[in-house]
Ligand binder design. Structure first.
Ligand code: NAD
Length: 478
């Protein structure tokens, strides 16, 4: 274990603890073991659930102004530690330090936004037809069980923690065992800011064991998950068996349509920047590039030039713009996508093979002329592979874009407002960007349609999932 990584622990009922069973945390840039993450036992999970009951009672009773002040304090602590937490994230996940530090600052802002939005969880008084006073209130749903992945080690946990605590809920969160240090650092900020014991509990463990245990418990009132569609379906089914609501932020396979009237060079640069951020391990990553035949050659040339400018290396080294894949599984998946595409007739223009060095490095990879039935055109690649295909008819391109069960993000490039409107209406996706590749922001909802999930994160809609609505009809009596 190295000194400069992070103290890893379970945080239950306001106390940090270890566990007998542990798993190694790897640095994907060096394959060095950074530390051991404790894995919770069923007894630890029961303690976390009991703590969440007490924590909910305490936290929901904290007056809103005080609650908001505590959450702002946590956000300020995190902001002040952005360098340290960013380094922890780079070491365990691989993304370049500037990206990691930026993520920390962004999530601190998202926390501030959610906390302020909780002040506006207004109810209403409704003019009634009789002598009753008819009103509607929003109340915290109760203890939340949340599960987050490794690609945004701060972003994913914070989305859930910020919304749950802002709404007045308690939460038991199982963050990724592959990126536990960042989650521990986030939780430390909340604990030091004065979030009461039990309101926020952090566990790690065997994912299937932990989710089965937490979802089955009658204490859990809401299940919030970010991750792959197959796992999301499993968890939603387990929650459905208990009639528990879920928020499901699942995978995507975002189409990009570049129309004949778009500036192909500007579009290529923007799409390449979005494609290679976090080595493509982003659920909204542009991953099926459909480019009009008239601008195809120019787009491909500019895209390849942008790919060539990406500097791959250890995210802690100056000048590096793309780190390694976060784990060995992604490296293997990239190999398989490329082999399958080339075997079916695609042209490999750049990259395509893991780099011959220690660490899970895979280069920016560009495939052209990719047949529709290639795996990379059908399954979320979750890596730095860009398949580019030409089209001539916009309706056919939209049909291709919508042909998969995914419905998370989509991107369109055109100078025509009429064509832009056609794309906006035509894309089956929950997150659209026109003429750029916009990222998520605290003030607007993000979330998918179709198999990409349901429920939103961010914006007022983000808080709604953590609240229940009560109708009260009050007959005044003397
Ligand atoms: P995976 O499907 O095994 O795991 C995805 C995430 O779910 C991980 O964080 C994992 O710890 C967790 N998980 C797995 N089984 C679980 C269970 N039974 N209960 C609770 N949590 C569980 O795959 P992976 O190799 O980690 O990631 C690969 C795929 O996952 C990618 O191809 C991508 O499609 C998807 N993914 C999506 C997102 C996203 O933001 N939507 C994030 C990470 C991974």
């Amino acid at each position: 274990m190295t000194d400069t990584y992070a103290d890893l622990g379970l945080y239950i009922g306001g106390e940090w603890s270890g566990a007998e069973r542990t798993a190694s945390v790897l640095d994907p840039a060096t394959e060095e073991v950074l530390g051991q993450v404790p894995l919770a036992t069923p007894a630890d999970l029961d303690r976390a659930l009991e703590a969440a009951v007490d924590g909910f009672a305490r936290w929901r009773a904290v007056p809103i102004a005080e609650r908001v002040a505590i959450l702002h304090d946590a956000a300020d602590r995190l902001t002040a530690r952005a360098d340290h937490v960013g380094r922890v994230m780079t070491r365990e996940q691989g993304k370049p330090f500037a990206e990691a530090r930026g993520e920390v600052l962004r999530v601190a802002n998202a926390l501030r936004w959610d906390a302020e939005d909780a002040r506006r969880a207004y109810g209403r008084i409704i003019p009634s037809a009789d002598d009753t006073v008819l009103s509607v209130r929003h109340e915290p749903i109760g203890p939340v069980a949340a599960f987050t992945p490794w690609n945004f080690p701060a972003g994913s946990p914070m989305r859930k923690i910020a919304a749950a605590l802002s709404a007045g809920c308690s939460i038991v969160i199982k963050a990724s065992e592959e990126t536990p240090g960042t989650a521990c650092e986030l939780v430390r900020c909340f604990a030091e800011a004065g979030v009461p014991a039990g309101a926020l509990n952090l566990v790690f463990g065997e994912p299937a064991e932990v989710s089965a245990h937490l979802i089955a418990s009658p204490i859990t009132r809401l299940v919030a998950f970010t991750g792959s569609i197959p796992v999301g379906k499993l968890l939603a089914a387990a929650a459905g068996a208990q009639m528990k609501p879920c928020l499901m932020e699942l995978g995507g396979h975002a189409p990009v349509i570049v129309c004949a009237d778009a500036d192909p060079v500007a579009a290529a640069r923007k799409v390449a920047a979005a494609k290679f951020v976090n080595a493509g391990q982003v659920c909204t990553s542009p991953s099926r590039l459909l480019v009009h035949q008239d601008v195809y050659d120019e787009f491909v040339a500019a895209f390849v030039a942008a790919a060539d400018r990406v500097v791959v290396g250890n995210g802690l080294d100056a000048g590096v713009t793309m780190g390694p894949m976060a784990n060995q599984r992604r490296l293997k998946a990239m190999d398989e996508f490329v082999t399958d595409a080339v075997g079916r007739g695609a042209t490999l223009v750049r990259g395509g093979e893991r780099l011959d060095r220690r660490g899970f490095f895979f280069p920016p990879t560009v495939l052209t002329g990719v047949p529709d039935d290639c795996r990379v055109m059908c399954e979320e690649p979750f890596g730095p592979i860009a398949p580019i295909v030409a089209f001539t008819d916009l309706d056919a391109a939209l049909a291709t874009a919508n042909s998969l069960p995914y419905g998370l993000a989509a991107y369109g490039f055109t100078r025509s407002s009429a064509t832009a409107e056609r794309l906006i209406r035509g894309f089956e996706a929950g997150i659209l960007s026109i003429n750029h590749c916009g990222g998520s922001v605290p003030e607007a909802p993000s979330g998918g349609v179709k198999s990409s999930g349901y429920g939103k994160e961010g914006g007022p809609e983000g808080l709604e999932g953590y609240l229940v609505t009560k109708r009260i009809s009050h007959l005044l009596v003397d």
